[in-house]
Design a protein around this ligand. Structure first.
Ligand code: ACO
Length: 320
């Protein structure tokens, strides 16, 4: 039987950190204490004009490939989870493929907003398990700042730009122990970007719109349950989990989910303070930090949980 294992991981944040004070200096009507107490966010990174998701994704991918000891030419599948693609088409995955210098791998984008990375991992695992693909690059890359209305303080302070990537390889023993993904389209109105393109123009509003309290309630209900579902299906008890890596949207959601799952605070990886909510990039950004600083060790079990617009949610249980 063939399984998927994580062979390498990398991440990338563009430019210098932009603090809450910097946002105030740029004219956002907010205050540092409000943002920190409600969200835990201290800084975010904003891509310069002309820098796109594929540019951030390619940097993260190079780092993941280097850790895996794999050349880009060896990849046979590239999946990019993004809600901020470079263009309507072609896919950001094919643009990133060209920048990496790979020819011939299958490449496509996957759109599940902030749950995009766990969705993409789940899909990639199935390609590997089927035996059809052996070396897969999974990327979460976003320039969410392009969707922000800087006059809407309810949303603009929450998000940032960044990318994370993992290289998955076929293996004899499982590195991905289980995944679960779900959606409930009836909740699409509580978080969306209601813009459309027609006749070369954008109609409607191409800005993030959110009912923050509804999002909060939904996230704290589905994230613990999908983590438990994934562990139960894999036959792994929560006591065996070494690390929880939740979607990095908001420190209060993260703390709530950690407590509900019985994790100690020091077992929960939290990086949202440094980069804000980077949507599909947030989980690999946090995981890369915890791998590279030595917290996550070989043989340990890690549960990833993500939730995003749609609503979409999911989990992946990994053994490093
Ligand atoms: N700075 C200062 N004050 C603000 C700001 C801001 N940036 N934003 C809102 N306020 C004010 C409001 O105007 C309001 O003032 P008022 O009482 O005078 O009218 C007050 O703060 C309270 O506003 P609420 O919206 O009730 O604030 P709440 O306590 O619900 O916190 C928040 C808002 C942080 C968005 C919260 O609802 C939350 O954490 N929601 C989760 C949403 C989230 O994390 N989304 C991320 C994207 S979704 C995802 O990734 C899945």
């Amino acid at each position: 039987m063939t399984f998927a294992r994580i062979a390498g991981i990398g991440s990338y944040l563009p430019g210098d950190p932009v603090s809450n004070q910097d946002l105030i200096a740029r004219g956002v009507d907010t205050d540092n204490d409000w943002i920190i107490s409600r969200t835990g966010i201290k800084t975010r990174h904003l891509a310069a004009p002309g820098v796109n998701s594929s540019d951030l994704g390619v940097e993260a991918s190079r780092r993941a490939l280097e850790m895996a000891g794999i050349e880009a030419s060896e990849l046979d599948l590239i999946i990019v989870a993004t809600s901020t693609p470079d263009m309507f088409f072609p896919s950001t995955a094919t643009i990133l493929q060209a920048k990496l210098g790979n020819v011939g791998a299958a490449a496509f984008d996957l759109q599940a907003v902030c749950a995009g990375f766990v969705y993409a991992l789940s899909v990639a695992e199935k390609f590997i398990k089927s035996g059809s693909h052996k070396k897969v690059l999974v990327v979460g890359a976003e320039v969410f700042s392009r969707l922000l209305d800087w006059k809407d303080r309810n949303t603009c302070v929450l998000f940032g730009d960044g990318a994370g990537a993992v290289v998955l390889e076929a293996a004899e023993f499982p590195g991905i122990l289980g995944t679960a993904i779900h959606a409930d389209g009836s909740k699409n109105a509580i978080l969306n970007v209601p813009g459309q393109v027609s006749g070369g123009n954008i109609t409607g509003e191409a800005f993030v719109r959110m009912d923050g309290q509804a999002v909060f309630k939904f996230a704290v209900s589905v994230l613990p349950s999908v983590a438990k579902q994934t562990c139960d299906t894999a036959g792994v008890s929560m006591d065996e989990i070494n690390w929880l890596i939740p979607h990095q949207a908001n420190v209060r959601i993260i703390e709530f989910v950690g407590k509900k799952l019985g994790m100690r605070p020091e077992q929960v990886v939290v990086t949202v303070g440094e980069h804000g909510n980077t949507s599909a990039a947030s989980i690999p950004l946090a995981m890369d930090a915890a791998v590279r600083d030595g917290r996550i060790q070989h043989g340990q079990k890690v549960i990833l949980v993500g939730v995003g617009g749609g609503f979409t949610w999911g989990a992946a249980l990994l053994r490093f």
